[in-house]
Design a protein around this ligand. Structure first.
Ligand code: AP5
Ligand code: MG
Ligand code: ZN
Length: 215
């Protein structure tokens, strides 16, 4: 059983590490950002409402997010735990999540807090490329695909996320510092924080996370 959260600024490596963690612990990867992007792609009402906030690098309003996330957590595949990526992002969201879990006799076991220097965050985000078909993530310098612009896994086209411009990234980092960083304290008080140095290489970061989870 592992109910866990990945916390960290944009570009910290949450999505990259999540893929490895869920494989190892056999739990679902739940990314609210991915859920919103899927809805934008399919032009759903939720997608239309979220898009303007995301393009500016602002948070989508709490009411919209909490319902989507908690609804996802009621699905069968979350019985043995889950890995939340990008949720919660405000104290309000964290309190609602705690209430939701408490009603079910559950709680968060661990919060993986990945920290990375600001300059590196900007470089990581502006160099990120994602597969249009399968969502796999690359970096033009750090983690290049075998063939330029083409996904190693499915041959899909690699594109840039709409919110990965330098200007939007700087705003996303500000928003993180103001609205999300207080969660580090919140979960530290609950005794569940694992602090991870995300400046290291991919494999070293993963090894530190696994050590921190202790299973
Ligand atoms: P979301 O999709 O969650 O984006 P984010 O938090 O800004 O984080 P990113 O996905 O940009 O970064 P990441 O940490 O996953 O990094 P990655 O592993 O890709 O949210 C997007 C938007 O949706 C928000 O702005 C908001 O509008 C909305 N939203 C979502 N959830 C919400 C919520 N709960 N409440 C309100 N609004 C919400 O890595 C980045 C790059 O670095 C990649 O290219 C990767 O290859 C590279 N890299 C990774 N690790 C390393 C390493 N160790 N060394 C070198 N390069 C590395
Ligand atoms: Mg991500
Ligand atoms: Zn692909």
């Amino acid at each position: 059983m592992l109910r866990t959260i990945l916390l960290g600024p944009p570009g910290a490596g949450k999505g990259t590490q999540a893929v490895k963690i869920v494989e190892k612990y056999n739990i679902p990867h739940i990314s609210t950002g991915d859920i919103f992007r899927e809805n934008i792609k399919n032009e759903t009402e939720l997608g239309n409402r979220a898009k303007a906030y995301m393009d500016r690098g602002e948070l989508v309003p709490d009411e919209l997010v909490v319902e989507i996330a908690t609804d996802r957590l009621t699905k069968d595949d979350c019985k043995n735990g889950f890995l939340l990526d990008g949720f919660p992002r405000t104290i309000f969201q964290a309190e609602k999540l705690d209430e939701f879990l408490a009603q079910r006799g559950e709680k968060i076991d661990k919060v993986i807090n990945i920290d990375v220097e600001k300059d590196a965050l900007v470089k990581r985000i502006t160099g990120r490329r994602v597969c249009k078909s399968c969502g796999a993530s690359y970096h033009v310098v750090n983690i290049p695909p075998k063939k330029d612009g083409v996904c190693d896994l499915c041959n899909g086209e690699l594109i840039q996320r709409a919110d990965d411009t330098e200007e939007t990234v700087l705003n996303r980092i500000d928003v993180y510092n103001k609205q999300t960083k207080p969660l580090v304290d919140y979960y530290d008080k609950a005794g569940v924080i694992i602090n991870i140095d995300g400046n290291k290489d991919l494999d070293d970061v993963l090894a530190d996370i696994v050590k921190g989870l202790g299973k």
